[in-house]
Design a binder for this molecule. Structure first.
Ligand code: LLP
Length: 418
């Protein structure tokens, strides 16, 4: 039987039912440990910040804390989760292009360490809010370096018309915004932040980003006397979804970034003290599996359909980004593929196809279909479309399973309804 972190999937299905989000905790720990070891430098301070949008829950936030990570949050809800998990607030990075006043107040009350200011209006609101705060918050200014990383266009965040950040080319606006922040005694302007996209395979994109940010930091100092000492390079490191994907191995991507930073920093006379990265997907994606039970099947002139008991409600990525996934039939993963199937969900929408075409051994109703690499932006983007309860989440470590989020019940579905 196919196992996840030493636990046979048929046991998981018996104990927790399907559909089910399962995480190999050993794999996540390995990944967190690798980042911690690899993103280190003798000349610059470094910090790895887990982008909790990829998968946020108490257990995951605690895991990130255990490995000494910082935490990227993008909403009051993610911030609240971090607080409930007991995460050190001074290590929290609060992102977002449209933080509400209530969210900013919540952040200041919680004494969040760093706020990433996304635009000029936010700087004004924050400065006003910090006037009578009882601590000093660090800020990074999100800038748009105009780099288009090679990835799906929906998730590129740095093209010229991006809603995120101030364009690097709009220097007057950048300078004015930084001055506004610097004028507030309770705000420390620490440096620049950028994020050039997600699921990036091209290492040149990261090297290019580093060079652009360093050049800009130097320019800000020389032209305007603005001191930048921290650079946050964002996330975007790719995961392997199917055999077509060849992500840059972690040691290489870390080395590439750090080598480029060191080189640039020497030329910049040691201007930069600290470099930050914010991986999300690359920590949780490959550790995640989705377990489904095969239900009805049908053959049309062009397709052999397998219907599963979940779908776009637990994983919107295929429908939204045409994301591709690999899967297997538990207990028959070694069998020779019998035919090409289309795996579709149970939602009332033709676009609810999880895998367009996959070769699998002969499949029957009742089989367990294991979809791989579902750990990032799956649970995080789940919906209750068709009033399907959100499935539970189970972590498996050394053969031992623990439920970290209970499956929703029908009662939960209407619990807020009046
Ligand atoms: N930092 C910032 C400022 C970000 O905007 C993001 C992701 C990250 C870090 C983490 O990026 P990662 O390492 O996970 O690629 N829902 C899409 C992905 C959206 C990513 C948004 N920002 C998907 O399912 O592919």
């Amino acid at each position: 039987m196919y196992t996840i972190a030493g636990k046979p999937v048929d046991e998981l299905v018996r104990e927790y039912g399907t559909p089910l989000y399962v995480y190999d905790e050993n794999a996540m720990r390995q990944r967190l440990g690798d980042y911690r070891e690899l993103f280190r430098d003798d000349e610059m301070e470094t910090e790895v910040v887990y982008a909790s949008k990829a998968f946020s829950c108490l257990a995951m936030v605690r895991l990130a804390a255990e490995y000494g990570f910082g935490l990227d949050v993008v909403s009051g809800g993610e911030l609240y989760t971090a607080g409930k998990a007991g995460f050190d607030m001074s290590r929290v990075y609060f992102h977002g292009n449209n933080k509400t006043l209530a969210e900013l107040q919540q952040a200041v009350k919680a004494r969040v360490g760093t706020i990433i200011v996304d635009n000029a209006m936010e700087a004004e609101v924050l400065a006003a809010l910090m006037q009578d705060a009882d601590y000093r918050v660090k800020t990074l200014l999100r800038i748009n370096p105009g780099i288009e990383a090679h990835t799906h266009h929906y998730i590129v965040t740095a093209h010229v018309d991006s809603k995120f950040g101030i364009a690097m080319t709009d220097e007057a606006e950048v300078v004015q915004t930084i001055r506004l922040l610097q004028a507030c005694p309770n705000i420390e302007f620490a440096g620049l932040d950028a994020h050039i996209g997600s699921q990036i395979f091209d290492r040149n994109a990261f090297a290019e980003l580093v060079r652009k940010l360093f050049a800009f930091a130097v320019r800000l100092q020389q032209e305007y006397g603005i001191r930048v000492h921290t650079l946050d390079l964002g996330g975007g490191f790719a995961a392997r979804y199917t055999e077509k994907d060849a992500p840059i191995p972690l040691p290489e991507v870390c080395r590439c970034i750090l080598d480029t930073c060191r080189e640039e920093n020497r030329q910049a006379g040691g201007l930069i003290r600290k470099v930050i990265i914010e991986p999300g997907r690359s920590i949780v994606a490959e550790a995640g599996y989705m377990l489904y039970t095969v239900g009805f099947m049908k053959t049309t002139p062009n397709r052999h359909y397998i219907f599963v008991d979940g779908g776009m409600s637990d994983n919107i990525r295929p429908a939204l980004y045409q994301a591709e996934y690999d899967a297997l039939i538990a207990g028959r993963e070694e069998d020779t593929p019998a035919m090409t199937y289309t795996v579709a969900g149970k939602c009332c929408e033709s676009g609810d196809v999880l895998i367009d075409a996959i070769k699998l051994p002969k499949t029957e109703p009742g089989d367990i279909l294991v979809m791989k690499t579902t750990g990032a932006y799956g649970y995080a983007m789940a919906s209750r479309y068709n009033k399907l309860p959100v499935p539970g989440v189970v972590f498996v470590r050394d053969g031992q399973a623990r439920e970290v989020i209970a499956r929703e019940t029908y009662e939960d579905l209407i619990s807020h309804e009046k």
